[in-house]
Design a protein around this ligand. Structure first.
Ligand SMILES: [Zn+2]
Length: 126
């Protein structure tokens, strides 16, 4: 089904195609735990930015492979490019305006990323 999502101030609006029943990852790494990001990793083809490209800015750290994109105005991070699937997109389920039928939350041990990253591999593939 199609979901609409946005940042807090609404400058950034997007649409994603995802299942009705969503499987999410809750990650305990330094950046996800502080930003409260609830992950839904999808193929990039399932994502469409509707408005707000001019309001997006990028933060990166450590390996700089993940691109932590967020809104310049409200600071909310509705989606980003994840290190585990750099050819895909990672949506913050907390930023979806369309509510999924159900959300199953799995924990992901991002504090030990190297040992666990394989569990997320291929999520960006159709
Ligand atoms: Zn915003």
């Amino acid at each position: 089904m199609k979901y609409k999502g946005s940042c807090h101030c609404g400058k950034i609006q997007f649409e994603v195609e995802a299942p009705e029943n969503i499987e999410a990852e809750s990650c305990n790494c330094s950046v996800c735990s502080k930003s409260g990001f609830l992950h839904l990793i999808l193929p990039l083809a399932n994502f469409k930015l509707l408005t707000g490209s001019e309001w997006i800015t990028t933060y990166s750290f450590n390996t700089h492979l993940a691109k932590h994109t967020f809104c310049k105005v409200c600071g909310v991070k509705p989606f980003y490019t994840p290190r585990s699937n750099p050819d895909g997109i990672d949506i913050n389920i907390n930023c979806l305006d369309t509510k999924p039928k159900s959300i199953t939350v799995n924990t992901f041990d991002g504090q030990n990323w190297e040992q666990n990253a394989h569990k997320l591999a291929n999520k960006s593939k159709q």
